[in-house]
Design a protein around this ligand. Sequence first.
Ligand code: ZN
Length: 348
Amino acid sequence: MSAYGGIDLGGTKIQAVVVDESNAVLGSARLPTPTSGGPADVAEQMTWALGEAAAAAGLEPATLRGIGVGSPGVVEGGAVTSARNLPGWEGSFPLAATLKKALGPPVKLGNDVQVATIAEVELGAGRPFGSMLGVFWGTGVGGAVILNRKPWQGRGGAGEIGHMVVKVGGARCTCGRRGCIEAYAGRAAMEIRVRKLVEKGHRTDLLALMEKHGRTRLTSGIWARALERGDELAERMVERAIRALGAGVASAVNLLEVEAVIIGGGLGVRLGAPYAERIARAMVPHLFEDASPPHVEVAALGDLGGAIGASLLVSRGGTGGASKAQGRGSKPGAPGVRRASKPRASQS
Ligand SMILES: [Zn+2]
């Protein structure tokens, strides 16, 4: 049996999986992303996460055929540059070589959002569709464009749906510009806003819930709990996020007329179908072809999609590396698509 590793490096968590050749998950582990230090500390935590996933699968990391990594920032060859949302990661860091030295198997890097979208195309909610937008609603709002079942990369950086402008001169975005979707819907921006409003005397259970659960950030789970309790500020913030997502995603659909929109990311997956439905409704007023809206679905691989997608970089010989590299798009009906069995992905 051949086994492969996959690591999804996120702004909040590091998710690792070990899969077999049919993409079934043999073991998984999740650790928080370090909030201080630098790239070397993040790489060390990634090593721990993969080690735990391998242990859960009853394997040694050294026996894996390869390890794929989905990383934020600019991925070029084996290095990652300017990964904002990660501590002290302004310059370039040789992530692939560092992980290979610590773990043993060859390591390939890819863009985090792109590998997660390709996982949905090949194994998840995207299987029936030829064209789609992946919208990853989490710490930021990431995106990927799939046309004719292949990623559209533009000149290398296409798919930044989070920075579609939904209000000229609007809220300050974490990218430094104004009025982007992410300025309203990114969890980092939402948290900054909540803290400001609380300072001004607004009431919410969000921060108390965060402390009660031993968190230092408003995670997707904390947002979900606050919404379940009917926390008014949380509901208002999420409604504002949904309005921004509706306008921005609809605008992208007006341009590309894709068949489907797949909603993933920490918040997208945690809040699930009822909220994907709200995003779909928020899109309608902005859709030019409003009689034939696209399918809007939650990422079927859940929280593990990013890590499973990363493992495809090595299990399918997919090209990671340069940001301009093609990801693993495959034609409808290609043998790889038919053979693929659905991984046991847990929704947490
Ligand atoms: Zn922005």
